[in-house]
Design a protein around this ligand. Sequence first.
Ligand code: HEM
Length: 162
Amino acid sequence: MANETPENPAPPSLYDWAGGMPALLKLTDVFYAKVKADPLLQPVFVRMDPEHPQHVAKFLAEVFGGPKAYSDEHGGHAEMIRHHLNRHLQEKQRRRWVELLIDSGDDIGLPDDPEFRSAFVGYIEWGTRLAVINSQPGAEVTEDAPMPQWGWGETKGPYVAP
Ligand code: HEM
């Protein structure tokens, strides 16, 4: 961050604020259990790879400023897009995906300060809408698409008590 000083350090990454890899692994574990039991989403994930929850946790970790494990081990952004091609995802399925992920965040005690949740939901809205777009007929993969990097956005940092 450009203006950081010892008195005014850079804010933590969303990854660190969320609780790092243990929190994201717990989040996707709880989330995909809900997905598998959900009538709208169950058919979409019927052939889900058993490691899918861990892969998505690594993807989220990287987007939120954590280790670059999804890029190094699983093919990066292009590979994520490839998994969504021709899935014909519908808006109502996207909405349910978002709802269940937020519910899972509450279940595992993900930080619930307004600043974190606003940044988290901002990414989830953006990412799920892209997933739907990339699942429609004719969508193509851009091989060198960079991994998104998500920060605090307009809130500029975590909640600080008055
Ligand atoms: C922020 C939004 C999203 C992110 C970050 C995300 C991330 C990912 C990643 C990383 C993979 C590949 C996993 C791997 O490498 O094994 C994947 C696959 C997949 N995603 Fe998403 N996804 C998002 C939204 C959605 C939505 C909204 C749906 C459906 C409603 C969806 C359905 C799927 C399906 C069906 C697969 C393939 C699962 C399998 O065959 O194992 N995704 N997603």
